[in-house]
Write a protein that binds this ligand. Structure first.
Ligand code: HEM
Length: 243
């Protein structure tokens, strides 16, 4: 049977370079959406995310648990891992049906991550209030608050532009925001990774838990190495319209 030149490239075939070219990983027509979590360079990102989670969970659970403060690192590490899944899921989608499912699963992952982020923020704020500690006293704290603000904005715009495009005057207007949403999304993920690294420079993260900065840098670099080659350039190009 002659091959269809318009058929979506099958992911994970011999035609796909080991480390991938930018955006070359596409979901095969019959591939399940969850396969997007492991195709192309995604395993690098998964390894990085698991390293970060293991470092934080390992550090917290091998030391005295502080209630509620220990929930701060635990929930944040969990949320970052879920956020990585949220970013990986829609990257290889290209047909209308795949994009529709991808967007919904993406939203569900971020909704889960957001709940964990809210819990993590509450844990540190309750702890600071009880202990009479000040705010914004480290780069980790300053960047953390900025990230939470960006996340709320990003989630609000993301959900409305997709589920309620009328807010922006129609589907076309809403779709013109997608590329900005993608760029902000990659920026937020990068900032989250930086903040996990900065957490190792706090007294608790670095000295009490003993989490090594270099190990978190390694995890963060793997996440970036896994996510970046899967970015389809045309989806983030600022000077063309894309959906
Ligand atoms: C990327 C995920 C994370 C984000 C977004 C984040 C965010 C924040 C924020 C916003 C604060 C300060 C709140 C305030 O000043 O009122 C804070 C404090 C703190 N966080 Fe995180 N955090 C993250 C991960 C972690 C991890 C993994 C650890 C430990 C290993 C940690 C340890 C701390 C400590 C010890 C404080 C209190 C000291 C300080 O304010 O600098 N955080 N975090």
């Amino acid at each position: 049977m002659p091959s269809d030149p318009h058929a979506a490239p099958q992911s994970g075939t011999e035609h796909e370079p080991l480390l991938g070219r930018p955006g070359d990983v596409s979901q095969g027509r019959t591939d399940p959406i969850l396969k997007n979590l492991i195709t192309g360079t995604a395993p690098l990102a998964q390894a990085g995310g698991l390293i970060l989670t293991a470092l934080v969970f390992g550090g917290v659970f091998t030391h005295k648990l502080l209630i509620p403060f220990s929930l701060h690192p635990l929930l944040n590490a969990f949320a970052v891992l879920v956020g990585i899944q949220a970013v990986l899921i829609p990257q290889p989608t290209h047909t209308a049906a795949q994009k529709r499912i991808g967007a919904r699963v993406h939203a569900a992952f971020w909704a889960t991550a957001l709940m964990a982020f809210v819990g993590a923020l509450s844990a540190v704020e309750v702890h600071k209030k009880r202990a009479g500690l000040g705010h914004f006293e480290s780069w980790h704290a300053i960047l953390g608050v900025a990230i939470y603000a960006l996340l709320v904005l990003q989630a609000a715009v993301g959900a409305t532009m997709y589920f309620f495009p009328a807010v922006y005057g129609g589907v076309d207007n809403a779709k013109s925001l997608y590329k900005y949403h993608r760029i902000t999304g990659y920026t937020i993920l990068s900032l989250l990774l930086v903040n996990v690294v900065l957490a190792t420079r706090t007294y608790y993260g670095g000295t009490i838990l003993g989490i090594k900065t270099w190990a978190t840098v390694l995890g963060a670099v793997l996440v970036v190495a896994g996510v970046t080659p899967r970015i389809k350039k045309q989806k983030v190009r600022l000077w063309t319209s894309s959906s």
